[in-house]
Design a protein around this ligand. Structure first.
Ligand SMILES: Nc1ncnc2c1ncn2[C@@H]1O[C@H](COP(=O)(O)OP(=O)(O)O)[C@@H](O)[C@H]1O
Ligand SMILES: [Mg+2]
Length: 292
């Protein structure tokens, strides 16, 4: 869509809440995110920026497949649940939809996005806006050679920054949640405006055990025999070192495709198939780049 809106809805949303639960992260991170989001949406409406310089931006950075986009949606819904009695709008921006720099449009589109599209989402009450994969929107100006990148892309980053500064001043009931797989490609001026920069890591052993159990439990709702495989969670955890949450879940589910029988009836899935699938992805994970 040319206006950059990928998705719009009213919160809370039960599917977003479920997504929040499905992402296994240290409790401290989840609490920090909720607390910062609530603070941002309440304090900025009551205290002048000069006193409390909050921009209303939370940034989530980390490798692909670590749950950033999913947790951002869940966060929005949880915060909406906490702001009782207010209608909260959720808007997801897809910067790829805007990228028509070659046609000389992006700077104007960015300005429209921040001056009109996003403020409109806040007409009924607080709005939480997900700027997904923000490196495409606020690309690091220092890294751009003007030769390789149209001047217009450079201008688009400038437009993002001035758009954000204006949003911050005029719309304290709007919270931006930005995600990036490549924080080094995001303009430093953007990241420095974030009130909280949360860095997501690949899941450690404990998180992987939770993700594996959650995936097996999910499958066992339809194919109860899969539940028995949980006895081998320890082996799966060892075999999945270095995998992100997305690949981990995909490998477990994809293991059922290692034979026609288990593909037809995933209740036939075996621990050995899961181990084989996990070792397969763990082996070639350096070679391929994840397409998010
Ligand atoms: N920490 C995690 N715990 C559980 N599942 C995860 C985790 N990280 C990723 N996943 C799985 O991977 C999917 C994709 O994650 P996503 O939010 O798109 O990651 P990102 O935005 O960081 O690339 C999620 O819907 C979930 O199924
Ligand atoms: Mg993402």
């Amino acid at each position: 869509m040319s206006n950059g809106i990928a998705f719009k809805t009213t919160l809370p949303d039960p599917t977003f809440d479920a997504a929040w639960e499905a992402i296994k992260l240290p409790t401290a991170i989840k609490q920090r995110l909720i607390a910062q989001a609530i603070l941002s949406l309440t304090m900025r409406r009551k205290v002048a920026f000069e006193i409390a310089p909050l921009h209303g931006i939370i940034a989530l950075a980390g490798p692909p497949g670590t749950g950033k986009t999913t947790i951002a949606r869940g966060l929005a819904s949880k915060v909406a649940g906490a702001l009782k009695g207010e209608t909260v709008t959720f808007l997801q921006i897809d910067p790829h939809g805007l990228a028509s720099a070659a046609l000389g449009k992006s700077q104007q589109q960015v300005t429209t996005l921040f001056n009109r599209t996003i403020p409109e989402a806040g007409l009924k009450g607080p709005a939480i806006v997900l700027l997904d994969e923000v490196e495409t929107l606020a690309a690091d100006r220092r890294r751009m050679s003007l030769e390789a990148n149209p001047v217009d892309v450079h201008r688009a980053t400038d437009a993002v920054l001035s758009g954000i500064d204006q949003l911050t001043r005029e719309h304290p009931h709007i919270l931006l949640v930005a995600t990036t797989n490549y924080p080094e490609a995001v303009d430093a001026a953007f990241l420095s405006r974030a009130d909280l920069l949360e860095t997501f890591a690949l899941p450690g052993a404990e998180a992987r055990a939770e993700i594996i159990a959650d995936t097996l439990n999910g499958l066992a709702k339809t194919w109860p025999a899969v539940g028995q495989l949980k006895r081998d969670v320890g082996r799966f955890v060892t075999a999945s070192d270095g995998l992100d949450g997305r690949r981990l879940r995909k490998a477990i589910v994809g293991a059922a495709a290692l034979s026609i029988e288990s593909a037809r009836d995933p209740g036939m899935l075996t621990s050995n198939q899961i181990l084989e699938a996990l070792r397969g992805v763990a082996k070639d994970k350096g070679g391929r780049r994840e397409v998010a």
